[in-house]
Write a protein that binds this ligand. Structure first.
Ligand SMILES: Nc1nc2c(ncn2[C@@H]2O[C@H](COP(=O)(O)OP(=O)(O)O)[C@@H](O)[C@H]2O)c(=O)[nH]1
Ligand SMILES: [Mg+2]
Ligand SMILES: [Zn+2]
Length: 293
């Protein structure tokens, strides 16, 4: 029989058998125990031993494994931000977009707490939505409080394993609770302040439609260069890929015939996004102030 690990907390492994819609305590058999670790998100094969126990005979090959918290076979990441309370951090969002795209995951951008925006906040939201939509990203506005935008978001999460990521306090746990109907701890302390106290945080995948949803840590900082080479970063700004520069290895800095720079001049690429790109790769260009005032 086939199952999926929905929870891994210390020695405790929970396996859901979708066929029966029932959860069992998973016990890895000797061969498995010696060979590999088991993580939430792992697809496993085995047999039901008694009404509470599932013997894990095999862990299927993982397509990926995210760390902190460890979750295997993630398909999609909902990156949650707010414009106000806490204030929007576009550099954090840009790093998360680059890193998850590099890892081969689908990314969705959610602006949450739209119920609580003042007039300035509403203007800001429009501005950033335009920027990310033009860059080619999928965007949702939501309120975990009023339910605005929740149905549209739900419809994107029907299959596969989805995790929610973003700064702490933006409403990740609130959104997951609203979507799945399963109560999660809201206002929980960020993983940063927790670090050291708990080395591995427990993860739980919550069944939703034909897929699963998991909470991820509140990142306060993520740097693309911790995951990839400097030359790789430009490949994960989808709007840059629309342009063909004179040199195929163009870093869009000071090269001749750089079409990304031309697109910036014409306003086709956002200066905010380009500034994030430069910051990510620790570069500076003299022409920036002239083009992006
Ligand atoms: N006004 C408003 N508050 C929200 C919304 N979503 C979450 N909150 C509040 O924001 C705080 C942090 O939420 P939480 O879900 O714990 O954020 P997390 O750290 O990203 O998991 C809590 O006090 C929530 O009640 C929303 O859509 N609107
Ligand atoms: Mg949370
Ligand atoms: Zn270029």
């Amino acid at each position: 029989m086939e199952g999926i690990v929905t929870e891994r907390a210390g020695q405790k492994i929970t396996v859901l058998i979708p066929e029966e819609s029932k959860e069992y305590r998973g016990i890895p058999l000797g061969k498995v125990r010696k060979k590999e670790k088991i993580f939430a998100g792992d697809y496993v094969e085995g047999r039901v031993v008694d009404s509470q126990t599932f013997a894990i005979e095999k862990v299927k090959e993982r397509k990926n494994l995210l760390i902190r918290p460890p979750i295997a076979n993630v398909d999609r990441v909902v990156i949650v931000s707010t414009i106000q309370n806490p204030p929007f951090q576009n550099y954090l969002l840009d790093n998360l977009l680059v890193v998850y795209d590099f890892l081969g995951l689908e990314t969705l951008i959610v602006f949450n707490k739209v119920d609580a925006l003042d007039e300035t906040g509403k203007e800001e939201l429009k501005k950033w939505e335009d920027i990310y939509r033009n860059a080619g990203h999928k965007i949702f506005r939501t309120s975990a409080q009023t339910g605005e935008g929740i149905e549209e978001l739900k419809n994107e999460l029907s299959e596969g394993i989805t995790i929610f990521a973003g700064a702490s306090g933006v409403g990740k746990s609130s959104l997951i609770s609203k979507i799945t109907g399963v109560e999660l701890k809201v206002g929980e302390v960020s993983s940063k302040t927790e670090r050291g106290k708990h080395t591995t945080r427990e993860v739980r995948l919550i069944p939703f439609r034909n897929g699963f949803i998991g909470d991820a840590p509140g990142f306060s900082r993520v740097e693309a260069l911790n995951f990839m080479e400097k030359e790789e970063v430009r490949n994960h700004f989808p709007e840059f890929l629309r342009y063909e520069c004179k040199f195929s290895d163009c870093m869009h800095l000071n090269e001749d015939g750089c079409q990304v720079r031309e697109a910036l001049k014409k306003g086709e690429i956002s200066c905010e996004r380009f500034k994030s790109y430069l910051k990510m790769i620790h570069e500076y260009v003299d022409w920036l102030n002239e083009v992006c005032s």
